[in-house]
Design a protein around this ligand. Sequence first.
Ligand code: IMP
Ligand code: MG
Length: 177
Amino acid sequence: MSITVKDKTFDVFINQKELAEAVNRIGKEINEDYAKKNPLLVVILNGAFMFASDLMKTLTINCAITFLKLSSYAGTQSTGKIRKLIGLNENIQDKDVIIIEDIIDTGFTINDTIESIQQYKPSSVRVASLLFKKEALQKPAQIDYVGFTIPNDFVVGYGLDYDGLGRNLPAIYKLIN
Ligand code: IMP
Ligand code: MG
């Protein structure tokens, strides 16, 4: 069934059951990999909030959570956009950090995020991303846990937005061209 978000039409792409299965699988992997650890989930806002919430409920290990927001602004350098992480602090030091992302597209965001987090000297850093647009990747990216590798289509739902809308959808929808 297709839906409209703002001025565009989308079709169901990954349903709720498939999402729940992927989240449970990642949770199981994390429970095993971090069996003797107390990881800190670092959630990249806004898109990853729903994935993080469902994922955390599948974790049986002791774990903590914190949230980071990326702010993009025009930089003075010729490289153009510079992303700054808001909410980062020394609480990350000596922690086993698991970055929770909604989607890895070009790979620039996750690379910037990892670089910023490393400044605070965590014990370890891993990345869990619900979606991965493999064909869109422009910069090699660390991804330790992935829900779905998807084609280079624009998607909304389950936290992901189109112009701020669509995050409430319980499934993932893709743009119909
Ligand atoms: P990257 O730096 O290109 O990897 O950008 C990743 C970010 O772009 C994600 O955290 C999303 O906020 C956004 N993004 C990339 N692809 C999509 C999409 O298909 N739908 C919604 N947001 C997307
Ligand atoms: Mg995001």
